[in-house]
Design a protein around this ligand. Structure first.
Ligand code: CLF
Ligand code: SF4
Length: 304
């Protein structure tokens, strides 16, 4: 139903409500009052999505065609502390790229480690394609990360083979259906491990018309059954300047209507996220707002 925002959260257990009531992505209501920021510390990726253009930010969470400025963990921490001092609504720090945060475990985990010490009030959040997730779950929990997003575009390797040409796995490149099989297994395992440890998991799915549109209902059912908290179906953004869908020339993105119809079809007991803004990997501010230009490193130096 469409009750007030308080009603939307009121069915949740208190412990979960406390984790989402100021997280702008995990609670639709919170995004009117609270801000997030991202630091772009993670350049590498361990898979290839057909919809990715490596010159830009990871399209699993980001608007394609955007290049974020890469920071070292030390500089990123400096930036977070400066932004927190200037934007009191900033409650969440996310790492979402520009590549896959968990394909850069030293850089990502070092940033979290420092922040959990120096800024313990800021909630930490990370998004990933899931391939490296199972092996870092315990480390993630150690740094008090309560929110994780996994991009899951399929649970069927035949569909996956149309989305992922290859993955990098155990020091070699694996292609085709086999690659999709490994990726899917890792994503599902990571999801289970996080749920077991009480981490709230959001699943992002990129809606690719003609490739996984019909299949996403099954994805939604599967991740809900495993305990995902929220499902965020995002449109593939196919822009000419971003290059064509690498494996399928002329691939289009969905219309607003197609996106909404699918979101409605997926909506069951698990909440659907409908307020995602496909942020850049260095976004700062309320969702849909980007104040990153106010906090470039040279400006931060002069604030100190
Ligand atoms: Fe960032 Fe993502 Fe955490 Fe939010 S964004 S890592 S969950 S703090 Fe939010 Fe931006 Fe959509 Fe992501 S609106 S792209 S869902
Ligand atoms: Fe690109 Fe992100 Fe896919 Fe990696 S996970 S290939 S960065 S879209």
């Amino acid at each position: 139903g469409c009750g007030s925002s308080a009603d939307r959260l009121s069915h949740l257990p208190e412990a979960i409500r406390a984790k989402v009531d100021n997280h702008p992505c995990f609670s639709e209501d919170a995004h009117h009052h609270y801000a997030r920021m991202h630091v772009a510390v993670a350049p590498a990726c361990n898979i290839q999505c057909h919809y990715c253009n490596r010159k830009y930010d990871c399209s699993n969470e980001s608007r394609p065609g955007v290049v974020s400025e890469l920071l070292t963990p030390d500089r990123a921490v400096k930036k977070v502390i400066a932004v927190a001092a200037n934007i009191p609504q900033m409650t969440v720090l996310g790492i979402a790229g520009p590549g896959d945060p968990l394909a850069n475990p030293e850089r990502t985990l070092e940033t979290f480690r420092q922040l959990s010490e120096k800024a313990p009030d800021i909630r930490l959040c990370v998004s990933t394609n899931g391939l490296a997730l199972p092996e870092v779950v315990d480390e993630i929990c150690k740094h008090n990360i309560e929110h994780v997003t996994i991009t899951i575009n399929c649970v069927d390797p035949d569909v996956g083979a149309k989305i992922y040409p290859w993955i990098f796995w155990n020091n070699r490149r694996v292609k085709g259906r086999k690659a999709a099989e490994i990726l899917i297994a890792q994503q599902q395992k990571g999801l289970e491990m996080l749920v077991e440890r009480g981490v709230l998991v959001k699943v992002n799915s990129v809606l690719i018309p003609g490739v996984n549109d019909e299949h996403l209902k099954e994805v939604s059912r599967a991740v809900k059954a495993k305990g995902a908290f929220l499902h965020n179906v995002m449109p593939l953004i196919a822009e000419p300047e971003h290059g064509t869908f690498y494996g399928l020339m002329g691939q289009r993105g969905p219309s607003n209507e197609e996106l909404q119809t699918l979101q409605d079809a997926c909506a069951g007991d698990m909440a659907m996220m409908r307020h995602c803004r496909q942020c850049r990997a260095d976004a700062v501010g309320m969702l849909g707002e980007d104040r990153g230009h106010e906090f470039t490193l040279d400006k931060i130096e002069t604030m100190e």
